[in-house]
Design a protein around this ligand. Structure first.
Ligand code: ADP
Ligand code: ZN
Ligand code: ZN
Length: 715
């Protein structure tokens, strides 16, 4: 009999963090997938590495072997997960303070856990086919574009150094083309090499998927490119996962979860739009897929390239010159592709000098009308969906609060509902004020639905001169389309709506940040941010970084076609036109913005000059949630090296979260800070036991859950 360490999904609170020991008739290599009994259930497990000093034969069995249970069986047909994969999982579990079992099993496709042995065996047989033969000399057939000088320079630098790399390239500078080039070169030169290309959001993948498919399927076979994201069905996910795991897929295009995919020969990891917050998981293990990409690159011996027009300040800081301590190689592509392509002219409308309460200022409207006259498109964005964020009674001051959350329900006019965007609670809009009966309840503020309606009214009299017909002697009316989470709820809607924009069936596109990112729109020559001021004075120190990135991204949607790009403009309606951020934006000067922002962060000892973790707690009352956190904070004094700890670790008082109640659950958080990442890590690992213990004590009574968020993005 062999003793087998097996990692299974154990509940987080059980503290059964490490592998469990099972008996096996045969030795099984680490990484092998097995089924094991746990209590009355049978679970999927992964054979883990033998701990130091642990023996594998029963003659040296120290603990009573008769209490151990044998494994139920091995999952046939699936090669063991690699050492690099296991090390990645171990690192992620340790760094993000979760159990090994949770991280390991969450990293595997759900169907591996759910399907019975027979069903699974059938799928595996069907999916895990080896790759069809690629072309014998793929580089010969390459129909890739000829790289520009800037692209060429970036590629040469990439070839010469080990990385990790930060590709700092303007929107439309051809970053994607560089990714394609690097992938092609790698795959063409190494018949088994695989590449992982990560993108932030599902809604950006269709276009990219087709671009990768079009380029690589002819070269490396129809199944060379697979996608991996949470929008796929469990069966599709299993299929993609197996394709990557078996090596049949050469390229995986995926969202953050794909960082845990299994590859036998991963040689290149690309993280597109690396600054995007969606790379940070907000549930379970709060991992950063971008940061794990850099770590995984080292484990696998894969090169890593992060790319962005507005890098995260962390990555920007890491890519400072080597002599200043930089660790990433910065590659720069400042120019847009195209002979006379330029970035759009940024125009600030001083809203203090515009008609009172106007939503679209007269000069902006005028500029949009000009676009219509020229047959060009405009994009107007507002980061708030629904018709209005609040419904209000002027008579008694009633507002559409959510009964379950400390937030207002949003008025959606289309289906006449009040919807809470936090808990989902939805009701029909009342005919009259529920408090006083006043029938005149009115929307306050504005979301994309209302903006769409407003634009339709403003542009009602405008005609499209290029569409003159007998029926429309002066041309057809302006076509407005709204794209946001509401308009794209149904599967396929987003693709079809984007297709309408691309094919020119839309003149004015209205939407949330969903449309401001990533899309390669060709005919948009005007982008307008209606009300970007909100984030300027936020209490979240990352708000300005996010706003700057969003506005730069949005500006990047304009003028992507050099032929009409010369007249492209980005409009900002603001009450603070001279704000330094807008000044930097006007010059498209990310480095200046980053330098100013990093200067402030350094002075205030904020990340990346310090390291943070948040502990969040949820309970029926704030008192319980905060009580748990406070007890956890006090418990530091019982730790062996309490005094030294207090010198390197700062624990702030527990406070309610900004939306403190969601679905009748009160939420509180506590910030922990240190100037040393290692000190913070060591502290959290040791301190975690206290949190588990406090939960069992009176202070923990009534606590629903708690979690640690390392390197939190929102505070
Ligand atoms: P980014 O990812 O930086 O926004 P893309 O790679 O999408 O930029 O490139 C912008 C546009 O320029 C795309 O339509 C792309 O096809 C085109 N393009 C990129 N590189 C070249 C090149 N070397 N020659 C001609 N066109 C290019
Ligand atoms: Zn009222
Ligand atoms: Zn709610």
């Amino acid at each position: 009999m062999n003793l087998l360490p097996v990692v299974v999904q154990t509940p987080v609170y059980s503290q059964l963090g490490g592998p469990l020991t099972y008996l096996g008739e045969h030795f099984l290599a680490a990484g092998t997938l097995v089924r094991v009994p746990l209590g009355k259930r049978e679970l999927l497990g992964v054979i883990w590495d033998q701990q130091h000093g642990q023996t594998v034969d029963s003659s040296a069995c120290q603990i009573s072997c008769d209490k151990l249970r044998p494994i139920a069986g091995e999952l046939g047909g699936i090669a063991p997960l690699t050492r690099a994969w296991r090390e990645l999982v171990t690192f992620a579990a340790t760094y993000y303070q979760r159990s090994l079992g949770e991280v390991a099993l969450a990293a595997l496709p759900p169907q591996l856990r759910e399907l019975g042995t027979v069903q699974l065996a059938r799928r595996i047989k069907r999916y895990a086919k080896p790759a069809g033969p690629g072309l014998s000399n793929p580089s010969a057939v390459a129909d890739a574009l000829e790289l520009t000088a800037e692209q060429q320079a970036a590629v040469s630098q990439f070839d010469l150094a080990q990385g990790p790399f930060l590709l700092f390239g303007a929107t439309g500078s051809g970053k994607t083309e560089v990714y394609l080039h690097l992938v092609q070169k790698l795959l063409g030169s190494d018949a088994s090499a695989q590449a992982l290309v990560m993108v932030p959001e599902i809604n950006l993948t269709p276009q990219l998927e087709s671009r990768f498919g079009a380029r690589f399927n002819p070269l490396f076979g129809d199944h060379a490119v697979v996608s991996l994201h949470s929008g796929m069905t469990p069966a599709q996910r299993l299929k993609s996962w197996l394709a990557a795991h078996s090596g049949a897929a050469r390229i995986v295009l995926g969202t953050r979860m794909s960082i845990f995919a299994s590859f036998p020969a991963l040689k290149l990891i690309i993280v597109d739009e690396e600054h995007d917050p969606s790379y940070k998981s907000q549930e379970g293990a709060r991992y950063s897929a971008r940061d794990l990409a850099v770590y995984r690159g080292r484990l696998e011996g894969a090169k890593v390239m992060l790319g962005s027009a507005t890098p995260s300040l962390e990555s920007w800081h890491h890519s400072r010159p080597l002599i200043e301590g930089g660790r990433y190689v910065r590659l720069q592509m400042p120019s847009r592709i195209g002979a006379n392509a330029s970035l759009p002219l940024v125009r600030r409308v001083d809203m203090r000098h515009q008609p009172n309460k106007c939503v679209i200022s007269p000069p902006l409207l005028d500029a949009m009308v000009q676009r219509v006259a020229r047959g060009e498109q405009s994009l107007v964005f507002l980061n708030r969906r629904g018709y209005a964020p609040v419904l209000h009674c002027a008579n008694c001051d009633w507002k559409s609060e959510c009964p379950h959350c400390s937030a207002y329900r949003v008025f959606h006019k289309i289906d006449r509902t009040l919807r809470c965007h936090h808990c989902g609670f939805t009701e029909r809009v009342p005919r009259a004020c529920p408090a006083c009966g006043n029938p005149d309840i009115a929307p306050l503020g504005r979301g994309t639905e209302r903006l769409e309606e407003h634009l339709a009214a403003l542009l009602a009299g405008v005609r499209r001169p290029h569409s003159v017909s007998e029926q429309w002697p002066e041309g057809e009316p302006v076509r407005i389309l709204r794209i946001d989470a509401d308009s794209t709820r149904l599967k396929g809607e987003l693709e079809s709506q984007l297709a309408r924009v691309h094919s020119g069936e839309v003149d004015v596109l209205v939407g949330t940040q969903m449309i401001a990112k990533g899309h390669d729109f060709r005919r948009i020559t005007l982008v307008a941010a209606i009300n970007p001021d909100g984030a300027l004075f936020s209490s979240d120190f990352r708000a300005s970084e996010r706003l700057f990135a969003l506005l730069m991204q949005a500006a990047g949607r304009a003028g992507r076609d050099a032929e009409i790009g010369a007249s492209s403009e980005m409009w900002l309606q603001t009450f603070h036109p001279t704000h330094p951020m807008f000044e930097a934006l006007k010059r498209h000067d990310y480095p200046a913005f980053a330098e100013a922002e990093l200067g402030q962060r350094r002075q205030a000892a904020m990340p990346p000059f310090s390291f943070q973790a948040l502990v969040r707690a949820e309970a029926r009352t704030q008192e319980v949630a905060q009580g748990f956190l406070s007890a956890a904070s006090s418990s530091v004094s019982t730790m062996p090296d309490a005094q030294q700890l207090r010198q390197v670790i700062t624990i702030y008082p527990a406070v309610p979260m900004s939306v403190q109640r969601v679905a009748n659950v009160e939420r509180a958080q506590m910030l922990i800070e240190s100037s040393s990442r290692t000190a913070l890590q060591n502290f959290l690992s040791a301190w975690q036991a206290n949190l588990h213990a406090i939960r069992q004590k009176p202070e923990g009574r009534g606590l629903l859950r708690w979690a640690i968020d390392v390197d939190p993005l929102t505070i």
